[in-house]
Design a protein around this ligand. Sequence first.
Ligand code: 0PR
Length: 361
Amino acid sequence: MQRVRQRQPQAFDRVLSSMCTEPHPRAHEAAVEFLATNPGDPATYQTVADLETDAVDQLGEIAGLDDAYGYVASGGTEANIQAVHAARNLADGAQTTGGDTPNIVAPTSVHFSVTKAAEMLGVELRTVPVDDDYRADLDAVSAAVDDDTLLVIGVAGSTEYGRVDPIPAMTDLAHDADARMHVDASWGGFILPFTDYEWSFADAPIDSMAIDPHKFGQAAVPAGGLLARDRETVDALAVDTPYLETTSQATLTGTRSGAGVAGAVAAMDELWPAGYRQQYHDQQANAEFLAEEFVDRGINVVEPTLPLVTASVSPATFEALRDEEWRIARTADGDLRIVCMPHVSRASLEAFLADLDRVRS
Ligand code: 0PR
């Protein structure tokens, strides 16, 4: 305990590039209460298992799905891996007996968890270019899909630029090729309901989705979400569990965090929909404020269509801001990337801009 007492966790006021945030106080409370429970053993930990059913129903409501199947995963990585896993297990003979390696198609903007999935599951990941606005290029998706395609993945709120791929058109391309469609809304899922984007189960007949309570949902880590339109998706993931009272388990991990499940339900109870709507508007306003301030200083930005701003600053400026203890990150192209998560205040952005002016002068 001594070693922990001597340390403080990272304070959030200087964290500007994380996709995690401070849990809502109710989520914190619920997470502590359910810390020792394991939804991986629902026959023993019945209460948290019931809460998980509530969580999936609630996530389904947010994502436009009436009868949702799925579970609370450890995060977007697990949900993406399991979407590929289900697609591989469900593939019919045409895709698996031809002798060719099955493939999945996704834009270059897809999160690196999909690279992990492809590697683990022995499928080929075909990444296709994005257009000038960082969205999946439909012609390139169409050209990449073939008889061996198991799954097309679209991103709804991309990690680097917060872009939403053309989900309905990608779904058509996938289904025309007898492939499945997965949407990665890990980051965007709790803000997109308040926008005009077409991203959800209500907008297109997508098959599965990643949507993470532990990002914009303000739940405690770890709480991701895997959602599926049909029971067969979850069944395709299930293995027999001979010595447990329940007969099968569909999750990638065994013992899981009851804190994650309870925290997610508490946060959604508290915030859906009004609290999340307010948070989206506040953070979108923060992102637009920040983008304008950059432009006023002659710094190029990528327009924040969701609450995420990227800006071209020199490596020296970036390092100097890190030295000022700002927790910031860069895109693969070297642009400064700031994610306006619920903990980001206007005051902390103003303090950041003041430091930016000082280190540049
Ligand atoms: N899909 C998308 C679109 C994501 O942005 C991320 C995470 C994932 C999937 C994977 O989610 P998990 O990390 O929950 O498995 N994107 C962030 C990133 O890679 C993750 C992150 C979060 C990074 C907090 C830093 C941080 O402090 O940048």
